[in-house]
Design a protein around this ligand. Structure first.
Ligand SMILES: *Cc1c(COP(=O)(O)O)cnc(C)c1O
Length: 378
């Protein structure tokens, strides 16, 4: 992906081809079986993938969908969020989290983040709750679950629905529970770069509530309650058989993928803590390191130095959502959410993916250390 090659080997942010290599014969066979069967939509692979994921995450229901964005959108819809409602979320995330809120004509209300975890600061949620607040979308940013106990307490107190945006947190755990199983609905993305990545777009909504599941299952397929009988207006948001078959194969490796990400994170943290702010791991939850994101006032110098050494790095996210032109109409100004704005100026995500060799991680760490020392000196 983010890999500019001009005869130099660049260490990319991720390497989807390397992940495919050991699986390719198995995937070829699965694709051949689907082509032979002629069944491409809502067939046995989608059903099995839903069951296998529900069982892996230990949740009652899973609905495979066309994307993570759709999972958020259809969850809001199924939970009854509508025009005039306010939905609290973080501004330090990918835009899809807040876009989904606007799709149901509700209003995103942004709450600032914690400086260390970069997840929503739960101590700042209550002051943003109004008579119109109906839900919160919690993002488990970069793979680490947010403070779900505190969030669920607030949700009970104010009667709010809780949607977990788990696009970056497949397989992460919070006090023994899988991320996505704690709120009313959990939303996953299988975009190729995610921890569990398809070979195209894909998503999923999980829930223990049977009625929410039933609603999303019908919404994804034109509200079809029986052949050519439509109970309400729905959408076309189905995962296809080919993606489901690939995801079933990859699901069997997700623990290994996440474990390898964790090993690389430990290498990075052991070399870099002290020089830059490293991801903070909370003791009661697991971090699946969708990204390994460092923080330093010397961010631009570090990223330039890495580029010079042919090492990729990306700023997730350079502009918080409340300052995006798309959300100008909400009326936020610079300075409104200072922690998110400061993070945007200082964060840098560095390569982390299961196929990255540990010695490369050591080399990358050394390059960062040098850049920080150099930057400090001048
Ligand atoms: C990737 C992502 C999404 C959107 O998922 P798609 O499958 O690309 O629609 C939503 N939220 C977050 C936090 C993401 O990282």
């Amino acid at each position: 992906m983010i890999n500019i090659t001009n005869n130099k080997t660049v260490i990319p942010m991720l390497d989807v081809k390397a992940q495919h290599e050991p699986l390719k014969e198995e995937i070829k066979q699965a694709l051949k079986d689907i082509l032979d069967s002629g069944q491409f939509i809502l067939g046995p692979n989608v059903r099995s993938f839903e069951q296998e994921t529900a069982s892996y995450l230990n949740v009652k229901n899973a609905a495979a969908l066309a994307s993570g964005t759709d999972a958020l959108y259809l969850s809001l819809k199924a939970l009854g969020i509508k025009e005039g409602d306010e939905v609290i979320t973080t501004p330090f995330t990918f835009i899809a989290t807040a876009e989904a809120i606007t799709y149901v004509n509700a209003t995103p209300v942004f709450v600032d983040i914690d400086r260390y975890t970069l997840n929503i600061d739960v101590s700042k949620i209550e002051e943003k709750i109004t008579a119109k607040t109906r839900a919160v979308i919690i993002v488990h940013l970069f793979g680490q679950p947010a403070d779900m106990d505190e969030i669920m307490d607030l949700a009970r107190k104010y009667n709010l629905k809780v949607i977990e945006d788990c696009a970056q947190a497949f397989g992460a755990r919070y006090k023994g529970k899988a991320a996505g199983c704690i709120g009313d609905a959990g939303c996953f993305s299988f975009y190729p770069s995610k921890n569990l990545g398809a070979y195209g777009d894909g998503g999923m909504m999980i829930t223990d509530h049977n009625e929410v599941f039933e609603k999303v299952r019908l919404l994804r397929n034109h509200g079809t309650v029986a052949p050519y009988r439509h109970g309400f207006i729905g959408y076309n948001s189905r995962l296809d058989e080919i993606q489901a078959a690939i995801l079933r194969i990859k699901l069997r490796h997700i623990d290994e993928y996440n474990r390898k990400r964790g090993n690389l994170a430990r290498i990075y943290t052991s070399v870099l803590s002290g020089a830059v702010q490293c991801p903070v791991e909370m003791t009661d939850r697991s971090h699946v390191y969708h990204q390994y994101t460092i923080r330093t006032p010397l961010r631009d110098k570090v990223s330039a130095a890495l580029k010079n050494s042919n090492i990729s790095s990306v700023v997730y996210y350079p502009l918080p959502l409340h300052l995006q032109e798309a959300f100008h109409y909400l009326g936020y100004r610079k300075g409104d959410l200072p922690e998110s704005e400061a993070a945007a100026d200082e964060v840098l995500s560095i390569p982390i993916y299961p196929e990255l060799e540990p010695d490369k991680a050591e080399m990358i760490s050394e390059a960062i250390l040098q850049a920080v020392r150099h930057g400090d000196a001048g």
